[in-house]
Design a protein around this ligand. Structure first.
Ligand code: UDP
Length: 380
């Protein structure tokens, strides 16, 4: 069968390769001149530093299949992500761990004492209904106000009571001194950047890559389309625009070190940006090679029609709109929606790859069995 895959990010590349290896003919298109979607990375000409062009992307997974898969396409170097956060004029360690708690409350508690101390501060909700309730339930008001309230308002442009509890559930609370941002056993960075990995995934017989091409302008016929662009765009926004946050990066360069770590969050609301990323720290094996450094000051705002969508907001009214698009997609023939934009979900890279591998398996089997290809492999 001849497939068109719209979008050359991880979803499109992984599914495209699976189909091509199964003997189908695959055309992968992307409006951009680069592959890897928002994971795209390239060396900064002035400093030589590998730069995460669309903001920091840190690979971490507990999925053996995904870990084995990505290693086939390039070299990966161990990278443990650590985040520091500025609040009220001091720097702390995130996610909240025993060091954060002891420094913030100026104590020297052990794990059990700290656990009881925090428990006494929390407000219990059986089913936290929103981000704020989840925070009060988990860490109590002081830590919530210092680390989450201002940052979250800046990041999402909403009051935390309007946001789902699931956003905060991404972060752990630890009563030991483990300050690794992620708990997964495999954490690594591609030595030559994500773009090289995605290029290698796409480099296979039966697969043609066409960059700078818009799906709207295609007049070729395909047996099936796999669409990893925004689902509302596919349907010409007929039910309205799904809400996203977009990011603006203010790039600056400096001599030597700027901040001494990869990511420094700024939690106070009167600081207009959310965080500063110093890219050379994502490649600790080469960070001393450079005299200069490149940094991004990151600002979040509502995504307009001509902006790049980053974070799906998924407020209640957007969920209702999404359901209309899902119904529309299921009624349409010949197209499946995948990935973060296709299913309007926050997805880490490893989850994106895991879902794309599973979608590839399902597709190949469905075609072999002569069964119809569904609109979604994972329900949005
Ligand atoms: N968050 C916060 N303060 C921080 C870090 C995170 O309030 O210093 C909140 C914020 O709402 C964010 C969420 O926790 O959207 C999840 O954080 P994560 O680090 O997963 O965000 P990402 O790196 O995906 O932007």
């Amino acid at each position: 069968m001849r497939f068109c895959i719209v979008g050359a990010g991880f979803s499109g590349a992984v599914i495209g390769r699976a189909l091509a290896e199964a003997g189908h003919r695959v055309l992968v298109i992307d409006t951009r001149k680069t592959v890897a979607g928002n994971c795209h990375s390239e060396r900064d000409v002035e400093t030589g530093v590998m730069t995460h062009v669309y903001g920091p992307h840190i690979f971490h997974t507990g999925n053996e299949r995904v870990w084995a898969y990505v290693q086939q396409f390039g070299e990966w170097a161990p990278y443990q992500h650590r985040v520091r956060a500025v609040t009220g004029g001091s720097v702390y360690s995130l996610p909240i761990n025993l060091l954060t708690i002891n420094q913030f409350f100026q104590k020297a508690m052990g794990p059990e004492e700290a656990r009881a101390f925090i428990a006494a501060k929390t407000q219990k909700f059986d089913q936290p209904a929103n981000f704020e309730e989840q925070a009060l339930n988990m860490i109590g008001p002081e830590l919530y106000q210092a680390f989450f309230l201002g940052y979250t308002r800046k990041q999402w442009g909403l009051d935390p009571r309007q946001l789902p509890a699931s956003i905060l559930k991404r972060l752990p609370l630890r009563f030991d001194y483990d300050d690794s941002y992620f708990a997964h056993p495999y954490q690594a960075m591609p030595k030559n950047g994500y773009t090289e990995i995605v290029k290698a995934i796409l480099d296979t017989p039966n697969l043609e890559l066409r960059l700078g091409a818009r799906f709207e302008d295609m007049d070729e016929k395909f047996a099936h389309v796999i669409y990893s662009g925004p689902i509302d765009r596919y349907f010409n926004h007929e039910f309205g625009r799904l809400g996203y946050r977009t990011l603006d990066f203010e790039t600056f360069r400096a001599r030597g070190d700027f901040q001494g770590t990869a990511v420094l969050n700024y939690c106070d609301e009167d600081v207009p940006f959310t965080r500063i990323t110093e890219h050379k720290y994502f490649a600790p094996w080469e960070k001393h090679n450079f005299g200069g450094t490149i940094c991004y000051r990151e600002f979040s705002r509502f995504c307009g029609a001509s902006d790049i969508p980053y974070y799906p907001i998924r407020q209640t009214d957007e969920e209702a709109m999404l359901n209309k698009y899902v119904g529309r997609a299921k009624a349409a023939n010949g197209v499946s929606f995948v990935g973060r934009l296709g299913s309007y979900r926050y997805l880490d890279m490893d989850v994106t790859i895991a879902e794309a591998l599973a979608a590839g398996d399902a597709l190949i089997q469905q075609i072999r069995d002569g069964r119809p290809i569904p609109a979604f492999f994972v329900e949005p």
